[in-house]
Design a protein around this ligand. Structure first.
Ligand code: COA
Length: 258
């Protein structure tokens, strides 16, 4: 599949849909996909015909997160990298963002949801943030946003253990807006996006801005600091072991590192 087809973009009835579409790799996000998502979000912001942005995955998978081969072969280089551009675009978007999660959401597949206003997940959806498991650190402002949403202990539980959890738990923790029946989530999310697009747009944007007002600056700083630490961690022996283990389809062994 050509990289331009891996993020599909369409504007219809004032809703810009960005669909992640690389099902053979569980929708893992490579550099070109991050860039296409960042460009799509920027276009949505500047296009006056767009009132709401809707992010979708495919039927069986939202996204398995960053492409792990890219972590080894083409790691992010700094603030200009496609992943950072995407994180800045999604965290600073003025227009409201709706997301629908089918199947698994891993890594940035979960942390991007923290920047959305309405998040709908199928009852069979699963969530996991295995940054620490990979010898890395949390990103996308999650070390600020998760404790705000659920408190230190529950956020630490998710981030330090990196275990998979289901849609009901994601709902009770406050990460998603609503759990939908499997098969209904995309249609439901789209109908909510259309309803939101029919709301007075300036009032919606103002409400979103006010909702984030007391932490917007801190969020920008946190994303930048997490990004710096993440780049350093990518060069760590722990991350090397975890990434090699994934490629070799074996369990990582961290016992030899302090
Ligand atoms: N990066 C690169 N490739 C990935 C990927 C990722 N994040 N997630 C899945 N893939 C690839 C697999 O290598 C495999 O490719 P292949 O068919 O060429 O061998 C294909 O997608 C299917 O994945 P597979 O592992 O066989 O599917 P599964 O249903 O058994 O497991 C996951 C799915 C997502 C649980 C598992 O692939 C996984 O743990 N991926 C890594 C997730 C991750 O750590 N993301 C980064 C977080 S920071």
């Amino acid at each position: 599949m050509k990289s331009r087809d891996q993020i599909q973009s369409e504007i219809c009835e004032a809703v810009l849909t960005l669909r992640i579409n690389r099902p053979d790799k569980k929708n893992a996000l490579n550099l070109a996909m991050y860039q296409a998502l960042a460009d799509g979000l920027k276009k949505g912001e500047s296009d006056d015909t767009v009132r709401v942005i809707l992010i979708l995955g495919s039927e069986e998978c939202f996204t398995s997160g960053n492409d792990l081969a890219d972590f080894l072969n083409a790691p992010p280089t700094g603030p200009e990298s496609p992943v950072m551009q995407f994180l800045i675009a999604i965290s600073e978007a003025r227009k409201p963002i709706v997301a629908a999660v089918n199947g698994m959401a891993v890594g940035v597949g979960v942390t991007m949801l923290l920047h959305c206003e309405l998040v709908y997940a199928a009852s069979g959806a699963t969530f996991q943030m295995p940054f620490v498991n990979l010898g890395l650190c949390p990103e996308a402002g999650s070390t600020l946003l998760l404790p705000r949403i659920m408190g230190h202990q529950r956020a630490a539980g998710l981030l330090l253990m990196g275990e998979t959890f289901n849609a009901d738990k994601a709902f009770s923790l406050g990460i998603i807006t609503e759990v939908c029946q499997d098969g209904d989530v995309e249609a439901f999310a789209r109908s909510r996006a259309l309803q939101l697009a029919a709301q007075p747009a300036a009032a919606v944007r103002l409400a979103k801005k006010l909702l984030k007002r007391d932490y917007a600056d801190q969020l920008r700083e946190t994303i930048a600091e997490e990004g710096r630490q993440f780049l350093a961690r990518l060069k760590s022996p722990e991350a090397a072991e975890a990434l090699q283990a994934f490629m070799q389809r074996r369990k990582p062994d961290f016992t030899r590192f302090d």
